[in-house]
Ligand binder design. Structure first.
Ligand code: FAD
Length: 515
């Protein structure tokens, strides 16, 4: 008891849980495994690794089907192999190209006219990094004694999973608990040539050919991010938008982002849908499309067509009917404890219906679930106020409510929006455009004005918003924000100087960087 107390006071929560529950799990189980995790991505691995810490016997099945273009990858799921990580590296590569030109303005002796990216080299270094992460993941699983099988798992009945070994042998095992963490894959449109001739984000980060003139179909964050790093690397992207950019995000900020991209030379085909793709005799891709506003048809020729029209949940191989797990479209329905319609079967990550599709969400919900299953914890995942970032050259990051959501929930009269443009000090010398450097706080109108949402477009937006996200979750008010002394000269400090409300109609443009 003394030991438990001192561990608790030293903050070692995990050690406390470990002492309490290690061993007790092992003794109780009549199944082959205490936990089988289907899917070895962000959520599945986090859950599996946490569960073994508390003495659970865990097996994780993970398998990646190659894309139609033949791309395949190792363990770790979307984020590591074809998502956050390669995307951030390509984003960084693209920002560095911009930085070289800025360096010249700052006095560096660089012949910036000859600066060109080497696509093949970039792909190689990105892929080498991913392979090293794959290797570390495998070693980590082995060290932690999570059994890992590279195979597709599917239900035989609610407690039994089957899979095929590499040798083709069919195996079955039983589990007390099953966690479904199979994530999703990009959709292809049901049009001629889409699958045969197009690629997706699953292919671009290992694409051997230079992408060249690229049509990115879809204006969600994946589409915008891909278009932006391609532009930064010197290619010529066009974004085809069916209805609006960044559905689900704050409208004003989304439109700002699209305007920033247009200013940088990225073309948009608005209210347009693709009708078909075919290969020309010269080996290019001829895309037919229709503008749904004007009802006119058009076509253009591209080197690459990248579909970024959304993702579908990978439930097709799970045989969920045999387990009785309820789904909606291609997602699994869960309650507030991540339990499916079958009490001992859970789901975490992108496969859950109606929850944010983000790596940290998948990881934390997987970990918390393992603690509840094997360590007596009662802590639930809090899906509210999850911060996120769109990695465009000026990044957009936000946490909490959009202006529209705040108006819908509280009414326009009950919210106050503080906003401002700002001029990053470092933009002056290279004469970078700060037309779209803008931020706003959506707050309650009364009292200390609790902040409901923070939005920022500018450099390193994710780094800026991460800390404010913790403050917002702790009940940040406008009063506290304006009473916080800024760190000068940063762009994050602009949040501490937000004094102009939209309602006032005062021009929120500052005269200089420090006014
Ligand atoms: P996944 O990571 O997709 O893992 C699921 C695994 O299960 C896969 O390996 C899959 O092949 C396997 N599997 C499927 N069916 C079976 C089966 N029956 N049996 C065995 N295995 C199976 N998130 C962020 O937070 N920040 C970002 O910047 C970001 N950028 C992204 C950029 C792109 C281009 C994309 C596509 C996604 C990005 N995401 C980002 C989202 C993030 O990658 C996902 O939210 C996260 O990977 C979801 O994790 P998961 O565990 O639910 O699924």
């Amino acid at each position: 008891m003394m030991l438990l107390k001192s561990l608790r006071s030293s903050g070692s929560f995990r050690s406390v849980l470990l002492l309490r529950f290690a061993g007790s799990v092992r003794n109780a189980s009549k199944f082959d495994y205490d936990l089988v995790v289907l899917g070895g991505g962000s959520g599945g691995l986090a859950c599996a690794k946490e569960a073994v810490e508390y003495g659970a016997r865990v097996l994780c099945l993970d398998y990646v089907k190659p894309t139609p273009a033949g791309t395949k990858w190792g363990v770790g799921g979307t984020c590591v192999n074809v998502g956050c990580i390669p995307k951030k590296l390509m984003h960084q590569a693209s920002l560095l190209g911009e930085a070289v030109h800025e360096a010249v303005a700052y006095g560096w002796n660089v012949n910036d006219r000859d600066i060109k990216p080497d696509w093949k080299k970039l792909v190689k270094v990105v892929q080498n990094h991913i392979k090293s992460v794959n290797w570390v993941t495998r070693v980590d699983l082995r060290d932690k004694k999570v059994e890992y099988v590279n195979s597709i798992g599917s239900f035989v009945n609610p407690h039994t999973i089957k899979y095929k070994t590499k040798q083709g042998e069919l195996k079955q095992l039983t589990a007390q608990y099953v966690v479904i963490a199979v994530g999703g894959r990009p959709r292809y449109p049901p049009i001629k040539g889409a699958i045969e001739l197009g690629i997706t984000s699953d292919d671009i980060f290992s694409y051997e050919k230079e992408p060249g003139r690229t049509l990115v179909v879809g204006a969600g964050y994946v589409g915008l991010e891909c278009a932006c790093f391609l532009k930064g690397l010197g290619y010529d992207p066009t974004v085809m938008v069916r209805s609006i950019v960044l559905r689900g995000f704050d409208r004003q900020m989304s439109e700002f982002l699209a305007a920033m991209m247009t200013e940088r030379g990225i073309h948009f085909l608005n209210t347009t849908i693709p009708m078909g793709v075919e290969r020309t005799p010269e080996g290019k891709l001829l895309v037919q499309y229709r503008n749904t506003t004007t009802q006119t048809d058009g076509s253009d020729v591209f080197d690459t067509v990248l579909w970024a029209i959304g993702r579908k949940g990978l439930i097709e191989d799970l045989n969920l009917g045999a387990a009785g797990v309820q789904t909606y479209n291609d997602k699994v329905i869960v309650d507030h404890t991540e339990a499916t319609s079958v009490p001992h079967i859970f789901a975490v990550g992108d496969i859950i219906y109606g929850r944010p599709e983000l790596t940290p969400v998948a990881i934390l919900s997987g970990r918390l679930l393992a603690r509840r299953l094997f360590a007596g914890s009662t802590q639930l995942m809090d899906y509210t106020d999850v911060a996120t970032t769109v990695f465009t050259p000026l990044e957009y990051s936000c946490v909490g409510m959009s202006e529209e959501m705040a108006i819908e929930r509280l009414g326009a009269d009950n919210i106050e929006v503080f906003h401002g443009y700002y001029k990053p000090t470092e933009f002056f010398i290279p004469q970078k455009s700060f037309r779209h450097c803008y931020l706003k706080a959506v707050a309650e109108v009364s009292g200390d004005q609790k902040i409901l949402g923070l939005h920022y477009i500018g450099p390193v937006a994710g780094e800026v918003i991460q800390g404010f996200a913790a403050a917002l979750k702790s009940g940040l008010t406008v009063k506290t924000l304006l009473n916080t002394v800024g760190i000068h000269p940063t762009t994050a400090e602009e949040f501490t100087r937000l004094s102009i409300t939209k309602r006032s109609g005062v021009d929120p443009t500052p005269a200089s960087c420090c006014s």
